[in-house]
Design a binder for this molecule. Sequence first.
Ligand code: DAH
Length: 344
Amino acid sequence: MKEEIQKVLADLSELRCQTRKDVEEARIRFLGKKGEVTKLFDEFRTMDKEMKKEFGKTLNDLKQTVQNRIEEFKNQAASEDSTQAAAQDLTMPGDAIALGSRHPVSIVRQEIVDIFRKFGYDVAEGPEIEDDYHVFEALNFPPNHPARDMQDTFFVSAGHPNPLLLRTHTSSVQVRAMETMKLPIRVICPGRVFRNEAISARAHCIFHQVEGLYIDENVTFADLKQAILLFAREMFGPDTEIRMRPSFFPFTEPSAEVDVSCNICHGKGCNICKGTGWLEILGCGMVDPNVLEASGIDSKKYSGFAFGMGLERIAMLKWRVNDLRHYFENDMRFLREFSSAVEV
Ligand code: DAH
């Protein structure tokens, strides 16, 4: 027994533990069920009284010594773990989290909103599910106007004098602005619109518009022209020219379509402007007196202008995207191209 105890002590003095795993292995080796110390205790149990007297205390001391030593190793391993953690270089750059980027339509919307904010316009929004009154009737569309046709409009509930439908343009928000805002009104209304169109490179059943409305006393067509010119120069560059072509919208009189000079070929003619040197960007006009009156505004005292533009179209011109479907398919290769277009 004496030699065996000596051997355990010798083994213990040679014991080296680095990791928690080493410590656990040592514990099993000495104190486990078949461990060196446990075996001595098994032997002890078979001894006669005299021998038990001789070795009882020694064995208990041995067990205590082994336990203390293992405990020491355990503490060392734990502190090693934490110094290792502290030894990590905290100045190392972290793993970069891939940042998403803004959608091209959102980038263009924000640019337009920022430009008109500078001109003193407020931003208003309205519901995407609208009623016939706000989308058509209050905007002077005659009852049988083709835009109301099932072919063009998605109806939510039909067979009703004022059916619910998905708005086909953001001009409906003009009406809500005239109903609720105090005069004078200077407002732009960005939003999503819906039309029952076959999806192609040039048309989609969902797209986005920004509507603009300015109503005050003595607002003239010259004010409209100036507002659009300033906007075009902010948006497309200081050398941009505009031209207005007479057009028709039920809610404006007179109405015009606005082209900007092609900033790609500078008027020489290219395939983007189809050789004309001009790109169409929006529709506009002086708010029809019927429209003012429908929303309770005195058309003898007040006049105003309105304009509306498609965001996808402006983004197409800005980045020369040739297929409208790219905006809606969320192909990451397309979306990533805009990651450096704007600071997020
Ligand atoms: N609502 C027209 C459309 O969807 C765009 C438009 C044209 C808006 C002329 C206007 C405007 O406010 O005056 O095509």
